[in-house]
Design a protein around this ligand. Structure first.
Ligand code: SAH
Length: 355
């Protein structure tokens, strides 16, 4: 079968370009975009304000690819849902919906798998399959948005790029995706409702600061000194801790947005008094806050969650030393919401099928 070009993920400008041979007015591009992104159309046939003839013609020349949901897990309290979404080539990624008191937040993947090699993370266990396109990132948001609309007229309000992958290693696609989801003909999502999380790709943090896009930046720190950080996050050997913090500080100053440092707490690894002191020393006086994340134990790794007493102690130490600190409210640990876990489960099953 002839493979038709996919238009899901196109901007209206790109659609206009594609429509040139059909000699239709420019506003048709916007109509098509609204059907795909706001009204849940999966084919041209559904686009009832387009002339019938045009619908038929477009169906012959273009496809609208949307992912298929291969698996879904819902937390016992019904607030967190996790989806394994497969694209046309069979590549699958995880996306999460968190129904928060202040709105619906989604967690989107930017790569299928990841090659950062962090010791605590499930996403990296099988390496990286490939970068996602802007359309594939958008498809995750639209899948969940369509579902919420069908449920009760709800919508996606906020987004974090904290799924699988390192967003700043797929820089151009990620930036194009953020522009796209911000468009009124897509979700009109405010940049202030978007958070990008990075393991610290220093040159691209500087690029991001110049995009004129006031999104929030989260930096995965996880260790307060270079030795321990290199052990947990190999990328630290390329972009050392001090440079990461300097880049994040530059981002905060340039955008006026406070940077959040994520710090996974791992029992007797990075949660002791020495590390707490080093962390305070490192961040003292900068426009930032620290988000402590008690580790989600990952089957493939042997890293444990500290006791509640140790978590509380670490939090209080930072407070006493005037570092803004929060402990991540846990959502969805019962459904393996830590990135990569669901994908890995399917990976194992696929391997067993083949064996
Ligand atoms: N590559 C980017 C974005 C993906 S990971 C980055 O490194 O920031 C985003 C976050 O997932 C990490 O900062 C960490 O907070 C979280 N994470 C990964 N593995 C985890 C685990 N085992 N337990 C708890 N959080 C984890």
């Amino acid at each position: 079968m002839e493979k038709l070009p996919n238009i899901f993920g196109c901007t209206t400008e790109e659609l206009q370009e594609l429509l040139v041979p059909y000699k239709v007015p420019k506003y048709r591009a916007k109509q098509i975009a609204e059907w795909m992104y706001q009204k849940g159309a999966h084919d041209f046939g559904a686009m009832t304000n387009l002339p019938k003839q045009l619908r038929a013609e477009l169906s012959e020349h273009f496809a609208i690819h949307q992912p298929v949901c291969q698996d879904r897990l819902d937390s016992a309290d019904g607030k967190t849902s996790k989806f394994l979404l497969a694209f046309a080539d069979g590549t699958a990624v995880e996306s999460v919906l968190m129904r928060q008191p202040y709105g619906n937040s989604i967690c989107v993947s930017t790569q299928a798998g990841c090659n950062m090699g962090c010791a605590f993370c499930a996403s990296t266990v099988h390496g990286m399959a490939r970068d996602l396109t802007k359309g594939e990132m958008l498809a995750q948001a639209i899948y969940i948005n369509d579902m919420l609309r069908a449920e009760d007229g709800g919508k996606v309000d906020m987004m974090v790029l904290m799924g699988s992958g390192e967003p700043l290693m797929n820089y151009d696609n990620v930036i194009a995706f953020l522009h796209l989801i911000h468009e009124p003909y897509v979700l009109g999502m405010g940049y202030r409702n978007i958070t990008l999380s990075t393991s610290g790709i220093v040159p691209n943090i500087y690029l991001l600061a110049d995009e004129g896009m006031p999104i929030s930046l989260s930096v995965s720190l996880h260790a307060p000194n270079p030795e321990l950080r290199s052990q947990l996050m190999p990328i630290n050997r390329k972009y050392p801790l001090a440079d990461v913090v300097a880049a994040a500080q530059h981002y905060a100053e340039k955008t006026g947005r406070r940077v959040t440092y994520e710090y996974i707490l791992i029992d007797h690894m990075n949660d002791g008094e020495e590390q707490a002191r080093e962390l305070v020393q490192l961040l003292k006086g900068s426009l930032c806050s620290v988000n402590l994340i008690p580790i989600n134990p990952v089957k493939e790794r042997n890293l444990l969650r500290p006791s509640k007493a140790r978590i509380d102690w670490f939090e209080h130490f930072l407070q006493q030393h005037h570092v803004n600190v929060t402990v991540r409210r846990e959502m969805g640990t019962d459904i393996q919401a830590a990135c990569g876990q669901l994908r890995n489960k399917h990976w194992q099953e696929k391997k067993q099928d083949k064996a």
